[in-house]
Design a protein around this ligand. Structure first.
Ligand code: MN
Length: 241
């Protein structure tokens, strides 16, 4: 067995709303809360709808951003207009409804709004390939190599039955690949999201039909915005210890 490099541990505060807001503030500015302003804001797409073609067509991105994502944002705002949600952040709404069957509609739409905003930020034209720096070291430490990380990520994508998401997360200072069904999100489990790929069929069916793995593999090879991923790692809340 190869000796793994020693990586400085990056422990973090679990399930803290403050922590989630600190992360979200990096890209969403959704944590202002208060007043009559909607809790969920449709984050601008950080590139043109055709900028990721031919890997993700303008058609796919148009439907995904303008219809699916916009629908989740609108529905999440409708469902959180009043009552106990007043003044809460998007992340707080997700954490206060996670695992509560009676609040499933709120959780599903809130988490889908958050997950999509994060996903779009994880992509960029001329992205993909292997990252560098601390992220590369931590991927090597957790998975043995970048090639093996890809294998693990693709296997997770393949094994996710039905709609969901594949994530690279920071969990107790260690990188992990996890999947979530439907709207599930690492924010509901005290994990720090670093990278995600949407594996709902609407994310790829127009371009790849049933070939989910070709889609995810193409994203890893050509579209991942590793600078964004590295920023999530850099800004992960430090441990109290
Ligand atoms: Mn989607």
């Amino acid at each position: 067995m190869a000796t793994l490099p020693v990586i400085s541990p990056r422990l973090f505060v679990r399930s803290s709303v403050l922590a989630a807001c600190a992360i979200a503030a990096l890209f969403l500015l959704q944590c202002s809360g208060g007043g009559d302003s909607p809790i969920f804001v449709k984050a601008p797409l950080p590139y043109a709808e055709d900028a990721l073609a031919p890997f993700i067509s303008a058609d796919t991105m148009g439907f995904h951003y303008d219809k699916h994502y916009a629908g989740y944002v609108d529905r999440a705002n409708d469902l959180t207009k009043s009552g106990s949600y007043a003044g809460k952040s998007a992340e707080a709404v997700i954490q206060m409804t996670a695992g509560d069957a009676s609040k499933a509609a709120v959780f599903n739409n809130a988490a889908q709004a958050w997950n999509h905003a994060f996903f779009f930020q994880c992509l960029k034209p001329n992205g993909g390939g292997a990252p560098g720096g601390l992220l590369a070291e931590m991927i090597d430490a957790a998975f043995g190599s970048f090639a093996n990380f890809k294998k693990v990520f693709l296997t997770a994508a393949k094994d996710q039955f039905g709609s969901g998401w594949v994530w690279l997360v920071l969990d107790d200072g260690k990188l992990m690949v996890i999947t979530g069904a439907n709207a599930d999100t690492p924010l509901a489990h005290g994990q720090i999201p670093l990278l995600t790929v949407d594996v709902w069929e609407h994310a790829y069916y127009l371009d790849y039909q049933n070939r989910r793995i070709d889609f995810v593999s193409t994203v890893l090879d050509n579209l991942v915005n590793w600078d964004f991923v590295a920023l999530q790692l850099e800004n992960a809340p430090p441990s109290h210890t």
